[in-house]
Design a protein around this ligand. Sequence first.
Ligand code: TRP
Length: 339
Amino acid sequence: MTKQTVLTGITTTGTPHLGNYVGAIQPAIQASHDSNVSAFYFLADYHALIKCQEPSHVHQSSQEIAATWLALGLDTDNAVFYRQSDVPEIMELAWILSCVTSKGLMNRSHAYKASVAANEKKGETDPDKGITLGLFNYPVLMAADILMFNAHKVPVGKDQIQHIEMARDIAGRFNHVYGKHFVLPEAIIGEDSAILSGLDGRKMSKSYNNTIPMFLPEKKFRKLIMKIKTNSLEPGEPKQVEGCTLFSIYKAFATEEQTDEVRKRYAAGIAWGEMKQYLFEHLNNHLKEPREHYDELMLQPDKVEQVLQQGAEKARMVSAPFLQEIRQAVGIRAISTVG
Ligand code: TRP
């Protein structure tokens, strides 16, 4: 059996947090050690421009995300780890794909529709006010990211399922017109248990501003853990684990035995202050070593850059010849092979 290609992108706007780790980073890193999987992971920096026009922010986020993945043990010998903008074939493919993509398909994109709905709600006369072509076309760029490497499986959050379906549609359309060149990708959706609650109990997400960053200095990290919202049950009163943010975070980082142990302590009425301290110590033990590695990497941007360059080189060994094949297929080729 040929290896399955797994591919995913991380938009470079923001600092990785515990929710990203549990939902995406940890499973991806695990897969990077599996020699039956051919993994492609990339920093989606051109996607960042859709949401963020703060150059220093896009740049800083790329550095932080790359350092995070490396500090957590990504196997860059087995997985190809690169920056989207270092693989120019992707942008070229995006254009070619946009020429087989119907505008109507893009009209139906949730991200675009949500922006239109927001304008209508505000009573704007122009429903497209402030909406860029970048936002509108974004599913095509994402299709190019995926199809460039003929990914079979694409691990993403639920909000991205539609984009993978669009990539399939676009691939199918291209194959129909020009012959079979692209694999039809499939989304892999993490389990619900992989969704972590944030400081306020809602899903941990940048957009709710309730995240716990992965690699804060120890003191700040402890402070944030102490801020996690709980109910007002007193020490000694039995407590529920269901719906408890402290428990959900603990569970994501603990073995089954450890989790059972804490379940018992809830039933026995552990005090919230004590549980918070316990959670802090447990997480801190997990994160201490990678945090040190991360801090080192953040001081060695050359090293991180070098890893990304090597990744881009590997990626282009695939993308450059494949793009030639696609150009040939659509009739973009030399007039004559002589000379
Ligand atoms: N749009 C994705 C997100 O916001 C990130 C992304 C960009 C991506 N290109 C991709 C994910 C290709 C999977 C495959 O989460």
